[in-house]
Write a protein that binds this ligand. Structure first.
Ligand SMILES: Nc1nc2c(ncn2[C@@H]2O[C@H](COP(=O)(O)OP(=O)(O)O)[C@@H](O)[C@H]2O)c(=O)[nH]1
Ligand SMILES: Nc1ncnc2c1ncn2[C@@H]1O[C@H](COP(=O)(O)OP(=O)(O)O)[C@@H](O)[C@H]1O
Length: 219
């Protein structure tokens, strides 16, 4: 993906490409909760990329809203045909981001928001180095375990699997642009929104092709 620029026409000849925002962190930290809180705000302008997964639907979940729930064969077919921006196997299931939606949104100048686990986030970092990578981290491990138990979606064996993975995942924080502690949801939401606002003005998003423009100016 090309390096892109933001300004939405404020500077002429600039790309109008949207911004790719990646929220990641260990399972149970509150990624889904924080993401939903951001999207429930009236002024939300981000476009959420709905992931594809092979895991079973949980009570209350809706196909095409929470995830696209597919079979292992369908998912593997998407991988084989280049349909995924990234994917990961996580606790015995596949999770991934369909490429088409992300590309179409970014191309039309929309900001796309991904909420994904850390291995997938690192694949996106390779492909889209100009994305914004935010790591959501728990206040401490006891609190993380407590949240996973409270959520009540996993049996104890799965929780232990998730906790072991969580420690490895938290160590990947160093590969991110920002870390946000999810102590209270509203405060984490505000921090994330502040980071995104500030990042719009990041220099590398504004590298227009001045050499090319100079050719036109001197004509
Ligand atoms: N790599 C990747 N991870 C995803 C994607 N969608 C969701 N995940 C992550 O997969 C993990 C498990 O998700 P899920 O089974 O819904 O459980 P929960 O988010 O922990 O409630 C979480 O860390 C999600 O953020 C995706 O498209 N790609
Ligand atoms: N800031 C917070 N304080 C207390 N509990 C939280 C907070 N954020 C999320 N939770 C709770 O923690 C559990 C895990 O949150 P969830 O959003 O499912 O995590 P993730 O998507 O990262 O796996 C849920 O029960 C959620 O209500």
């Amino acid at each position: 993906m090309e390096l892109t620029h933001y300004f939405r026409g404020e500077i002429k000849n600039m790309s109008n490409r949207g911004m790719l925002i990646v929220l990641s962190g260990p399972s149970g930290v509150g990624k889904g909760t924080v993401r939903k809180a951001i999207f429930e705000q009236d002024d939300n302008k981000f476009h959420y990329s709905i992931s594809m997964t092979t895991r079973a639907m949980r009570p209350g979940e809706v196909n095409g809203r929470d995830y696209f729930f597919v079979s292992k064969e369908q998912f593997e077919n998407e991988i084989a045909t280049g349909g995924m921006l990234e994917y990961a196997r996580y606790v015995d299931n596949y999770y991934g981001t369909p490429l088409k939606y992300v590309n179409e949104m970014l191309d039309s100048g929309k900001d796309v928001f991904l909420e994904i686990e850390v291995n997938g986030a690192m694949q996106v970092r390779e492909k889209c180095p100009d994305g914004l990578f935010i790591f959501l981290t728990p206040p401490d491990l006891m609190e993380l375990r407590h949240r996973i138990i409270e959520r009540g979606t996993d049996d104890l064996a799965t929780i232990d699997k998730r906790m072991e993975k969580a420690v490895d995942e938290i160590e990947m924080m160093q590969n991110y642009d920002y870390a946000v502690v999810n102590d209270e949801v509203p405060s984490a939401v505000e921090k994330i929104k502040t980071i995104i606002r500030a990042e719009r003005w990041r220099v590398k998003r504004f590298l227009p092709d001045y050499k090319k423009q100079l050719g036109d100016v001197l004509k």
